[in-house]
Design a protein around this ligand. Structure first.
Ligand SMILES: [Zn+2]
Length: 293
């Protein structure tokens, strides 16, 4: 499955930028924000790796370092293919003295440029990198136009790395979403089951720990939760509980995330907070069977 989906998304990631270029002249992989953030390249890389990593996930294969290495190779194939397809379509229109991406004109390989020689695939790309002016503008006012070979190479390399970064990003975001059960060789399932106000946290965790230690108190789990969840009122800062479980080996755990008000007065996840606790599978059975949001 990962091979089929991987090939599919690789093809899409190559075809889409080429089609966009043919119709609009717009080079997706060289689209940047704030001059140097290669968002276009990252997006293309993300699409490139998405099918492969999603396929691994869907077929319950543990995503490992070797898969990320394959991702890097895919990103390189994607980049070279886009560049080659672009080169293949690049023609020079004698009448308008312009570059066109159709096959009607005279192919660029029939031309020579001083200092670069015949416009082969490599020479043409080298020429483009070293001679395409990079425009710095702000609020649509052009501030400066730089055409400098060293600068051109730096920008090109940032864009190329952006494709690789985007591809690896899709892998880590798919991998990061779920835990893996090494006993059963499959991804565990996860669902958000309740939120409790931050103020009730200490008391709730104490009661939860006591309950988990003493299995004779099974029946009280929902009572504890109900006691600390506040209904109706809008939550400010809170803990969010995710139930993570494997149906095959019947293991489960609660994973808590903490959402706090930041200095910018926004509620955001505190990424340094980490609290996990193993719970008895039968204890949380009702939550597994229920469709809780
Ligand atoms: Zn398992």
């Amino acid at each position: 499955m990962s091979i089929i989906l991987g090939l599919l998304s690789l093809i899409v990631s190559i075809a889409l930028p080429v089609i966009i270029m043919v119709f609009t002249d717009f080079q997706v992989i060289h689209f940047s924000l704030f001059f140097i953030v290669p968002v276009g390249a990252i997006a293309v890389g993300y699409v490139c790796g998405f099918g492969f990593f999603k396929g691994l996930f869907l077929s319950h294969k543990k995503i490992k370092g070797a898969h990320f290495f394959i991702g890097v190779l895919m990103a390189i194939i994607c980049l070279v293919s886009i560049k080659y397809a672009t080169y293949y379509l690049t023609c020079f229109d004698e009448q308008t003295q312009d570059i066109v991406y159709t096959l009607d004109g005279d192919h660029i390989s029939n031309y020579e440029i001083d200092g670069y020689g015949t416009m082969t695939f490599f020479n043409y790309n080298k020429y483009l990198i070293e001679n395409t002016p990079i425009t710095f503008s702000r609020r649509s006012r052009t501030l400066a136009e730089v055409s400098n070979p060293t600068f051109g190479w730096i920008i090109a390399i940032i864009d190329y790395l952006g494709i690789i970064a985007g591809c690896l990003l899709s892998g880590s975001s798919i991998k990061g979403k779920s835990e893996y059960c090494d006993t059963c060789n499959k991804y565990k399932k996860s669902k958000k089951i309740f939120k409790i106000p931050k103020a009730n946290g200490k008391a709730f965790f104490d009661e939860l720990e006591t309950l988990v230690k003493d299995m004779n108190m099974d029946v009280f789990l929902e009572e504890i939760i109900q006691k600390h969840v506040n209904k109706g009122e809008k939550l400010d800062e809170y803990y969010e509980c995710h139930l993570v479980y494997c149906e095959s080996c019947r293991t489960a755990s609660f994973k808590f995330k903490l959402f706090e008000r930041t200095s910018k007065n926004k509620i955001e996840e505190n990424s340094s907070f980490n609290y996990n606790i193993k719970v008895n599978y039968d204890l949380v059975r009702s939550y597994i069977d229920q469709n809780v949001a």
